[in-house]
Design a protein around this ligand. Sequence first.
Ligand SMILES: [Mg+2]
Length: 225
Amino acid sequence: MTPKLILFDCDGTLVDSQHMIVATMTEAFAKVGHAPPDRAGVLSIIGLSLPEAVGRLDANLDAVTVGLVVEAYRDTYQAMQFRLAETAPLYPGALDALQALGGRDDVLLGIVTGKSRRGLDAILETHGLTSMFSVLRTADDGPSKPHPFMVVDGVAALGGHVSQTVVVGDTGYDMQMARAAGAFALGVTWGYNGRDELTEAGAQALADGFAEVPGLAMGLLVERI
Ligand SMILES: [Mg+2]
């Protein structure tokens, strides 16, 4: 039997990492002697690769300075790893929802994220989630969201089918990636994009709290059978 697959985004969906990302970016700019970007600016670039993100935050930076900020970001992030449990907590209800879905015989869980594999591993380890997911696809594996690669490749690795797959994410990029792959798109409204952005990008259902995720995800999967 083809397994049902539920693929989660990480930042803004499973973990509330905005405080850590804003703090790290602020410190990275300060380290190279530049005025830090404002909070809204930093939140708007979450999901992009680091050099692209830094370049967008301050269009006046030359390439060398962008490289220095990126390096400073990575150093600062490394130093903050031991505090991940406080700086990147799971959203309320995340663990219960993952356990409810992961406990089903007909469902496998995975992660599709713009984070690096190293960054993702640290988050999963911190929260004791490493064994919960059957497949992980990260920025290290292929093209960035909204390209459908991570979904298509992760589904193939599990012997699943995109028509039996739901992507759960907080941004329009996640929804576009899901739909481009032929999977279902379930938007969550507690992350970095609002309801309108998610819906416009193709979300087929919206969850306002984690308790709604198992029911909505299974509902989407049942619909097509
Ligand atoms: Mg996200």
